[in-house]
Design a protein around this ligand. Structure first.
Ligand code: NAP
Length: 302
């Protein structure tokens, strides 16, 4: 067995061309951990921001050598720590969080807490499973902040995006009357999730869930005294007119992820893979995502 594995990192951030693929030593899982052979890692906006140096600029990263890319993954368990009862070969998906780390999921391997992973249902392929952890957990944890809707109105911005597309069904489950704000071409998708659709919204919503990260523009759409939940922890928009402003920060939760994977397998939550692309093409994929308009996630295959 090789003593090293390949992973994509950034040393000096500067956009897609600053991403390097390097070899690093294989790590054995400790107590409570598994080593996963990664089959796919989704490309998310946070990864583009990392390689562009946004988080370095905010002083959130202090790595001596390099910073790892990638938050979510799916793959198979290659080794398990002494107290972990996940058999080798188990198909799992999961999320690693935090910005300041020298490892990521754009890699052949990952050592991660077993409790941060969940078994992938048989009916989901690993590429699809790789698209689920970060954005479904972010949506579920955002809906926790919204609480029960009781028939109140909720506008979901970026309703055709990954986070927005999960928020719609999860918020409907909690009794919100949901409208999705998205591009005109996305109307069919948004309505398929059971939401009303708008391509242009005016002020007056009881709550706004900001999957498009339009920030202050989203706060402006909330009625006086309503609720706004954003998705940019590093840039919370200012409150106005008595609007409560909250921000979600997605965190790993294996038990919750298991429910979200099941809800995707049953068709309750959307599953959207844009394309599966070799890890070597990571820079081209980042450039494509930066242009916007992509629906479904690119998945990198190491
Ligand atoms: N806080 C957290 O824990 C957390 C976790 C996950 C994601 N996020 C953040 O959540 C945001 C969404 O991520 P994602 O993966 O869902 O991205 P995504 O799949 O690209 O979705 C964003 C969607 O918003 C649409 N959009 C952007 N501006 C719009 C506007 N003015 N009107 C209507 N639609 C608009 C985009 O359409 P076009 O492509 O046509 O522009 C796209 O469909 C990102 O900022 C990401 O960093 C935060």
């Amino acid at each position: 067995m090789s003593t090293t594995y390949r992973t994509a990192v950034v040393r000096t951030p500067g956009g897609p061309d600053s991403i390097e693929i390097i070899d690093v030593p294989v790590v054995e899982p400790g107590p409570g951990q598994v080593r996963v052979e990664i089959a796919g890692a989704a490309v998310n906006p946070v990864d583009l921001a990392l390689s562009a140096g946004v988080f370095h600029g905010l002083g959130m990263i202090d790595q001596p050598d390099h910073t790892g890319l990638g938050w979510d993954f799916a793959g198979t368990v290659a080794a398990a720590g002494p107290d972990v009862d996940l058999p080798v070969g188990s198909r799992v998906a999961g999320l690693v969080d935090g910005f300041d780390r020298d490892f990521g999921t754009y890699a052949e391997q990952l050592v991660v807490a077993a409790s941060d992973t969940a078994l992938v249902p048989d009916s989901l392929d690993l590429a699809t499973a790789a698209t689920i952890p970060l954005n479904s957990l972010a949506a579920a944890q955002l809906v926790d902040l919204l609480g029960d809707g009781g028939g109140r109105s909720l506008l979901v911005t970026g309703a055709a995006g990954a986070v927005g597309g999960y928020i719609i069904p999860l918020a409907r489950d909690r009794g919100w009357r949901v409208t999705g704000l998205a591009r005109t071409k996305d109307e069919k998708f948004v309505r398929s999730l059971g939401a009303d659709f708008t391509a242009q919204a005016a002020r007056g919503w009881d709550a706004v869930a900001d999957g498009a990260a339009i920030q202050e523009q989203g706060v402006a759409l909330v009625r006086d005294g309503g609720l706004f939940v954003g998705v940019q922890p590093g840039a919370r928009p200012a409150a106005e007119r008595g609007v409560t402003v909250l921000v979600v920060v997605a965190h790993p939760d294996g038990a919750r992820l298991a429910q979200l994977l099941d809800a995707t397998a049953s068709g309750h939550l959307p599953a959207r893979v844009h394309a599966v692309v070799p890890l070597d093409q990571v820079a081209a994929v980042h450039r494509a995502v930066a242009e916007g308009g992509v629906r479904g996630k690119y998945v990198l295959r190491p």
